[in-house]
Design a protein around this ligand. Structure first.
Ligand code: ZN
Length: 173
């Protein structure tokens, strides 16, 4: 089932998410629905708070494009250790950030990912480049952080004023 995506400035996107404590059937269904919602959007990553569930669950498929096969990874309670230099992640966007706003963000070039899958199998690996950026972006969601919280203050102020105008127009219409 395709789920509604929660968009900024919804306060729930700024909350810290709770750990997943049990792999219930409901969690499996949520992961399946998040995966479907991500591809439909379309996007290469989605975090549970983006569909209104504030728990530590993400789905990523960093190399997916419409011409390539799907390879979704469901990650439960992911923990990242940031490694390497700070580099520029170019033109990030987010399904929860309206108006298709994009901006460069400073990210760690590599990460160590520790998580489990839906069957409780332990994942412990290092990633670099775009998959590492994608994971940092999605794990930020679990701590209530959006990529627009990581851009310069001036760009943020300008973006916020655009969003306010857009909301006014939307509410008026
Ligand atoms: Zn996002």
């Amino acid at each position: 089932m395709i789920l509604d995506i929660v968009t900024y400035p919804a306060p729930s996107l700024a909350e810290k998410c709770a750990p997943v404590t049990e792999m219930t059937e409901e969690i499996r269904q949520l992961a399946a629905d998040m995966t479907e919602t991500m591809y439909d959007a379309p996007g290469v990553g989605i975090a549970a708070p983006q569909v209104g569930r504030n728990i530590r669950l993400i789905v990523v498929d960093p190399y997916w494009s419409k011409e390539t096969p799907r390879n979704p990874r469901v990650l439960v309670n992911p923990v990242l250790t940031l490694l390497g230099e700070q580099v520029t992640s170019e033109q990030e966007g987010c399904l929860s950030v309206p108006l298709n706003f994009r901006a460069d963000v400073k990210r760690a070039e590599r990460v160590r990912l520790q998580a489990t899958d839906l069957d409780g199998n332990v994942i412990d690996e290092e990633l670099e480049g775009f998959p590492a950026f994608c994971l940092q972006h999605e794990c930020d969601h679990l701590d209530g952080v959006l990529f627009i919280d990581r851009i310069g203050r001036l760009r943020r102020v300008m973006y916020d004023s655009k969003v306010k105008k857009w909301q006014k127009r939307r509410n008026a219409g």
